[in-house]
Design a protein around this ligand. Structure first.
Ligand SMILES: C[S@@+](CC[C@H](N)C(=O)[O-])C[C@H]1O[C@@H](n2cnc3c(N)ncnc32)[C@H](O)[C@@H]1O
Length: 238
């Protein structure tokens, strides 16, 4: 049986000019584009970013995902969504799944691939890397992610500040992603460690509403922002 290729396409952090040439070509050529629709609004930011690069009349299919940790662990949405993708690939047709930033960095795409492989181990899969949110935040704030012998860790604060605390004990520079529900806890920990002056908070990177803050007090006063992250640079020299 012929099966179409399933592409994970990174659409970058928000600016439609920050897609790779390869991402643009794949988006022009695939038969179907899948997006992850937000549960409440049905909106897909990745689709908004990619829209200028899609051919007119391209078939676009929103897949419903819950972004809660429990739902990811439980995995049923991934199986149902993978079955919908497989139905398309078996037409046969090619399909792309859009992800914010890079598909291999904290993305629904990797769960979808696991579920798809469970249903059809022979499904051809290709990944088009994307520019990550944190490299965009580093560019916007002129913050080197790592220099010389420095080490870099990327952690999630979705479940709390434990991973950040462990990273601060072990490495020089830390990127804290998915901190939007935990921003105050992250600020508490950074202040306790005396890192307030060594932290950058970046939101909506590469979007028209992008901002960079270097003051944790101002971060605390902000409303919750999904598209935001911290860059922390320690000075661990003895
Ligand atoms: C599910 S992860 C997606 C990461 C993405 N795959 C990447 O490569 O950057 C969502 C988190 O990425 C970060 N993020 C994504 N886009 C961003 C942007 N434009 N500005 C700041 N942070 C962003 C935020 O920390 C957000 O909570």
């Amino acid at each position: 049986m012929t099966i179409g290729t399933f592409y994970g396409v990174g659409v970058g952090p928000g600016d439609p000019e920050l897609l790779t040439l390869k991402a643009c070509r794949v988006l022009r050529e695939v038969d179907v584009v899948f997006t992850s629709a937000q549960e409440r609004s049905g909106r897909s930011l990745a689709l908004e970013i990619a829209s200028p690069h899609l051919a007119v009349g391209r078939e676009v299919v929103p897949l419903p995902f819950s972004h809660t940790f429990e739902a990811v662990e439980e995995g049923s949405a991934h199986r149902e969504n993978a079955a919908r993708v497989l139905e398309v690939l078996r037409r046969p047709a090619s399909a792309a799944f859009l992800t914010l930033g890079d598909p291999m960095t904290y993305s629904t795409f990797t769960y979808l691939v696991t579920a798809l492989r469970g249903l059809e181990p022979a499904a051809p899969i290709q990944v088009v890397p994307g520019i990550t949110s944190y490299s965009t935040a580093a560019a916007a704030s002129l913050t080197p992610l790592a220099e010389g012998n420095e080490s870099l860790a990327v952690v999630s604060a979705a479940q709390g500040t434990g991973p950040l605390a462990a990273a601060l004990d072990a490495v020089d520079n830390v990127v804290v992603m998915k901190s939007y529900r935990r921003a105050a806890e992250v600020c508490d920990l950074l202040e306790t460690r005396g890192l307030g002056q060594r932290t950058v908070f970046a939101g909506d990177c590469s979007r028209p509403e992008a901002f960079v803050l270097r003051d944790l007090g101002a971060v605390r006063r902000l409303p919750r922002r999904y598209m935001s992250l911290f860059l922390v640079k320690q000075d661990r020299r003895p």
